[in-house]
Ligand binder design. Sequence first.
Ligand code: ATR
Length: 311
Amino acid sequence: PDRYVVIGNPVAHSKSPWIHARFAEQTGERIDYEHLLAPVDGFDEAARAFISAGGRGLNVTVPFKLAAYRFANAHSTRAAAAGAVNTLKVDADGSILGDNTDGIGLVNDIERNLHVRLAGKRVLLLGAGGAARGVALPLLEAGVRELVIVNRTASKAVDLAAAMTALQVAGSEIPNLDADASAETEADAGAGAGAGGDAIPGAHVHTGTIVGGGAEVATGAFDVVINATAGSLGGELPSFDPEALTPDTLAYDMMYAAHPTVFMQLAQARGARAADGLGMLVEQAAESFHIWRGVRPDSASVLAELRAMLA
Ligand code: ATR
């Protein structure tokens, strides 16, 4: 069987090997997927050794997503926009493609599993670190009307907003992340589509406005509030107006924890619908599986099974 790993430090807790084993069973793909613990300063060496031994692909987790970006020979546009890589694919000619499936995993979980359409919605993103950067472009691609970014260090929110606005202006630099429209994209993009990203079809041009900064910009109710801060488990959040959370709001914590996070508790206290990041974990895995194997697993059933297992 072809060999894959999730590489990280720590990594033993990762549910990715279990998830991919279920995907393989479902689809009849013959793969072998394991944990790979690398020294904090030893990503390149560990990844190279795995690939030399015949490894076909790697999922990359904390703290190696930037190292994986530098390690790749080529990047998808969504990886370039995120500045980080969570999926490495070894091509037949030995070149290494870096992709990032975190953002599309979040979008697919919200839309397919939680049944909230993002198009036209007002979205508040808490945080401006690597996790937030990984999901900002896919949220815009999903057609959100407004994306407001709030961070403890306001300047980082402003920088992220500026980077996303620049991508929007660049237009053709924005990848098509709508899997259902991939055939149409290939036709539209013609021979020009390469590893650097597909041309964006006309229908995908969006008009979302992006605002970045401190708490003062985030006023009024939001349809979706996403917590992308690392402070979540420790119980610290950037300050934002609690009026953002209403009974009609989906409050999504990208973190998965055995117990509701402080963010989810705050959301529940405001009467909002709270969701954890378990679905995103399964959906980003499904997207990686598709990149490697060319087949799409039934992620919803695997999510249900994982949720039952953890209950
Ligand atoms: P990641 O790659 O997981 O996003 P990161 O790049 O270190 O990690 O970013 C962590 C995010 O959590 C940042 O938005 C950070 O805010 P700052 O940019 O101001 O550092 C946020 N964060 C971490 N600890 C926090 C805390 N105690 N309170 C509020 N925000 C916090």
